[in-house]
Structure formats: C-alpha cells, structure tokens
Design a protein around this ligand. Structure first.
Ligand SMILES: C[S@@+](CC[C@H](N)C(=O)[O-])C[C@H]1O[C@@H](n2cnc3c(N)ncnc32)[C@H](O)[C@@H]1O
Length: 223
C-alpha cells in the first residue's frame, strides 16, 4: 500500500478544475514528454480488449478522445471497461464525461490496492501516470494481478530529459515544477523502469523511445 501521506499529496495536487488539468496537460505533453496526441492515440487505442482496465484515467480527456477516434474510424469499442483514479476531482470529471455511456464503470482507487478480481482483464492502459505513482512496483504488481495471464499492458513512461538545448533545459524545468506541485513523482531511466515492469510480473513485448517518453507494451507472464 502507498503511504497515506503520499496519497493525500496526490489528492491535493489534482484538486484544480479538470479544464485546468487539460490545458496544463497539453503543455506538459508537448514540452516535457515531447510526445504528441497522435502517438498516445496510437499506443493506447490499439490496446483495448473485451475487458479493459483504464488505469489512472484522470478526467477522462485522453480516453474520451481515444473512444471517439475509434468510433469515427469505424472501430467502435464495445468492451466492459473499468476506469480508476485516486484523485476525487479528476475522477469526478471522468464520471461527468462518461455518464450514460454503457459498459464503463469508474471507481476511486489507489493503483496499489484495487478492489477488483484476479486474472480478469484482457488489457490495461496506464497513460501519462506511471511516473506519478509513489511506489511504481506496487502499482504495476496490482495491475498485473487483475490482468489475465497473457493480458497486455500499454504504458508510457516519462524519461529523464534528453536531446539538445534549449529543449532539454525546458523539460528539466517543467519536471522540477511538476515534482514540486506533486503531479510528478519522478522521471526514469529506460533500463530502470524496464526492470521494474519485469519485476512486477510482465514480459516486455515492445519498447520504443520517442522524445522524452518510453512507450511500452508488456504482457503478463503465465504462472
Ligand atoms: C497526468 S494524469 C493522467 C490522466 C490520464 N490517464 C490522461 O492521460 O489524461 C495522472 C493521474 O494519475 C492519478 N494517480 C496518481 N497516483 C495515483 C495512484 N497512486 N493511484 C491511482 N491514481 C493515481 C492522478 O490522480 C492523475 O489523475
């Protein structure tokens, strides 16, 4: 379990109105992750199985865009979806956004303590959030527990800033601000986060670095 002190910090860090989160999120995505919305739609939109877990769903902006994109491109999602988030104000935004949409259940939960059955989900996505978890292995181990053996996790990880100046410097400044604000726990080295994902019970199927982001598809090892 993640210490109560860390959880109350998360709750406080995300207590702004969801619209502010969306505006801020665009800048963080562009200048700290050095990623694009399209990269995210492509990574996460291709990992939604019949029973899907949307981890740290936030206010649901990205997941809503992905569902809409699947629909307009002729691949509407008909899945049983559970979304969770720890921060009440973020979750409230997602509840409003997905109200009335069949098949989506939203719960408040810490990633390290999910009140969900073992071996249940075909897929799980954790978008823009793994580097916010105070105990990343505890969180990933719990997500692994609720996935079926062979179930797939898609996750993007914020890496320590790379590349040329002044972009590296800008990313470093944004990360330092985000850590102070409590919306970032830490960026990672690729080898370090890779070994933590493996230690939590996954095999890495693919990994790709783009900008300051590591995009990973991992598969739950069979017992
Ligand atoms: C940067 S937001 C990403 C939200 C969404 N996935 C997206 O891409 O727009 C990170 C989210 O992780 C959530 N979070 C942080 N630590 C958490 C934890 N221990 N358990 C569950 N959610 C957590 C925060 O509340 C926040 O909504």
């Amino acid at each position: 379990m993640i210490p109560t002190e860390s959880l109350s910090k998360i709750e406080k860090a995300y207590d702004s109105p969801p619209i502010w989160y969306d505006i801020r999120g665009f800048f963080v995505l562009t200048f700290a992750y050095r990623s694009t919305l399209w990269a995210q739609i492509s990574l996460f939109g291709n990992n939604i199985g019949a029973r899907h877990l949307e981890g740290a769903v936030g206010s649901g902006t990205l997941f809503g865009i992905i569902l809409a994109w699947k629909k307009i491109t002729g691949h509407p999602i008909h899945a049983e979806i559970v979304g969770f988030d720890y921060a009440p104000s973020m979750l409230a935004g997602a509840i409003r956004r997905f109200k009335g949409m069949p098949g989506i259940r939203l719960i408040q939960a810490d990633v390290a303590a999910l009140d969900l059955p073992h071996d249940y989900f075909d897929t799980a996505n954790i978008a823009n959030a793994i580097h916010c978890f105070p105990d990343v292995v505890a969180g990933l181990t719990e997500v692994c527990r609720v996935l079926k053996p062979g179930g797939r996790l898609a996750v993007n990880v914020l890496l320590y800033p790379r590349g040329v100046q002044p972009f590296k410097w800008i990313s470093e400044r944004i990360n330092a601000w985000a850590i102070r604000k409590g919306i970032l726990y830490t960026p990672y080295d690729q080898a370090d986060i890779r070994s933590r994902i493996v230690n939590a019970g996954f095999d890495i199927e693919s990994e790709k670095v783009a900008g300051n982001t590591l995009n990973v598809i991992a598969v739950k090892r069979s017992a």
